[in-house]
Design a protein around this ligand. Structure first.
Ligand SMILES: *Cc1c(COP(=O)(O)O)cnc(C)c1O
Length: 235
């Protein structure tokens, strides 16, 4: 895609996101489009930024750090959306504005302790394993209230909401079912005194269903960039 086409394509995706929001009585601005740029080179990210996107999501730390450094001059906001390992928390706390997949207290404590004092608090979401799948990370719905309370109490970290990676479903009604579960969990936490404002849910295949169930941030990769070609190796 040339720059002109890329910019048109991104405008189309933004319009789809906006239409999904307006179609269920929400404002277009209530949904943030996070561009999932894993496996994309810095030049591609720069082109997408030129087309107006500012929020980028990465899953692999080594790959991400190179791109963050290469694009340092631009005013981009970086989200770490991958699995969190204890030996990676320092670099994440130092280089990202958001983390989406916290699922245990020990990791949250490390991120809080390692967040540099000069940075604003690290925005954090808790990943919930909404369908109890063995292959996926995330806290169980039963363990969520205790983890949320403990993470909310940590300094240098700001608990913003919940994230999920639900089972792949093709029927919109099934897609909505899982997103509804996450929203209900968030509603229950807020009814109990939490102040969560972020539901990070919905990807290329199911973001419209997620928006209908209250997603405030959709994580889009394939639909923006095309299929990922793995040219960058991972740790
Ligand atoms: C890769 C990834 C996405 C983007 O997926 P697409 O289907 O390409 O939109 C979103 N969220 C997470 C956590 C991912 O790892």
């Amino acid at each position: 895609m040339g720059p002109q086409n890329l910019s048109l394509h991104i405008e189309e995706v933004r319009e789809r996101v906006a239409r999904a929001a307006v179609g269920c009585g929400r404002s277009a601005r209530s949904v943030t489009l996070l561009a999932v740029s894993k496996a994309q080179p810095p030049e591609m990210i720069a082109a997408v930024a030129d087309a107006g996107l500012t929020q980028f999501g990465e899953s692999y730390l080594t790959e991400a750090l190179g791109k963050i450094a290469a694009l340092r001059e631009r005013d981009l906001t970086w989200h770490f959306i991958g699995r969190l390992q204890a030996n990676k928390t320092r670099a994440i706390a130092e280089n990202f504005a958001w983390v989406h997949a916290i699922d245990r207290l020990r990791i949250a404590e490390r991120l809080a302790a390692q967040r540099p004092a000069g940075h604003p608090p690290l925005n954090a979401c808790l990943q919930v394993n909404i369908a109890g799948e063995d292959s996926k990370g995330g806290v169980t719905p039963g363990e969520l209230p205790e983890l949320a309370a403990a993470v909310a109490a940590l300094p240098r970290l700001r608990l913003r909401g919940l994230m999920c990676l639900p089972p792949r479903e093709s029927a919109p009604g099934r897609q909505r079912h899982w997103f509804e579960q996450l929203r209900l969990l968030q509603d229950a936490l807020n009814a109990g005194g939490a102040a969560l404002d972020t539901l990070s849910m919905g990807m290329s295949e199911d973001f419209e269903a997620a928006i209908q169930e209250g997603a405030t941030l959709v994580r889009l990769g394939t639909i923006l960039f095309g299929p990922r070609v793995r040219t960058i190796s991972h740790e």
